[in-house]
Design a protein around this ligand. Structure first.
Ligand code: NAP
Length: 257
């Protein structure tokens, strides 16, 4: 199985690192020469990674093509490449829909979309997939938990959630500052904060069904501290701020016809 990558930036690097440190068998990775620093480093580090001379060479030596370009660059790059009918395209690009990608990569036989995130390097990341054949699901199984999404509007709503990574770590940083301001050693504070949120997420993750409102109620003893904090934070508009930010991000995605 030859997997080609066009665009070796942050996310392609994470996917390549994740695959190369996974148990995937028989995968040869052909990568484009840009970004130079990343592609040279990856090819030097892993025997199964080959840095090709050009994007076209990647296509000529691969059947599965992962597109990890930024949206403004993608169309021009793709229109200048010669795809084959046998190509299976896996696009990680958020703002270009399936049908437009299919037009840009014609006559490639199949186009699907995927949302891996940097935690794929740890093989632990939910990976929403749209229109993905079994072989793509199998590949992403090596990087985390594939999640099939049945239409592109749903894919875009889920993609919007990926924009909460920075606000999430910002929140943890704010809590870290608050905790250290109250005299706690920074290492202890950060270990506690990271592990607390991990433990709470794990409890939700293994619940069946997953009902966040039940988990919130369960922790909120009447007149207790969780109830007090929950009410105060909601009343101050923190939840509305998250919803409004998500609404603005979703507006950037193309709409279903
Ligand atoms: N970062 C994430 O967590 C994440 C997650 C899911 C999806 N995505 C999506 O994946 C795409 C890439 O994101 P990223 O964060 O990896 O961005 P990035 O770090 O900017 O990577 C884009 C890469 O494309 C390369 N490139 C530019 N023109 C090229 C060309 N003509 N031929 C080959 N490569 C070229 C750039 O190389 P140079 O450095 O040489 O210009 C750069 O390495 C975006 O559409 C993004 O929205 C990102």
């Amino acid at each position: 199985m030859n997997i080609g990558f066009i665009g070796i930036g942050k996310i392609a690097t994470a996917v390549i690192e994740g695959l190369c440190s996974s148990e995937i068998e028989g995968a040869k990775l052909r990568i484009s020469p840009r970004n130079e620093e990343n592609s040279v480093r990856l090819a030097a580090k892993y025997l199964t990674v080959t840095r090709m001379e050009s994007n076209q060479e990647v296509l000529d030596h691969s059947e599965i093509i992962v597109l990890a370009l930024r949206p403004p660059q993608a169309e021009e790059v793709l229109r200048n490449l010669k795809f084959r009918k046998e190509h299976l395209i896996v696009s990680l690009i958020p703002l270009i829909k399936h049908d437009d990608l299919a037009a840009m990569t014609a006559p490639a036989g199949k186009v699907c979309r995927a949302i891996p995130l940097p935690p794929v390097v740890n093989h632990n990341c939910p990976i929403p997939l749209f229109n993905a054949p079994e072989i793509v699901v199998d590949i992403f199984n090596n990087l985390g938990q594939p999640l099939m999404v049945i239409d592109e509007n749903q894919l875009h709503a889920i993609w919007t959630l990926t924009c909460l990574i920075t606000p999430y770590y910002d929140l943890l940083q704010e809590l870290s500052i608050w905790t250290t301001d109250h005299g706690v050693d920074k290492t202890i504070a950060n270990q506690y904060i990271a592990n607390l949120f991990q433990a709470l997420s794990y409890t939700a993750q293994i619940a069946d069904p997953i009902e966040f409102d039940e988990l919130a109620k369960h922790a909120a003893t009447p007149n207790g501290m969780n109830e007090q904090a929950g009410k105060a934070i909601r009343a101050d508009g923190a939840h509305s701020a998250y919803r409004e930010a998500a609404d603005r991000i979703l507006e950037r995605f193309p709409k279903e016809l």
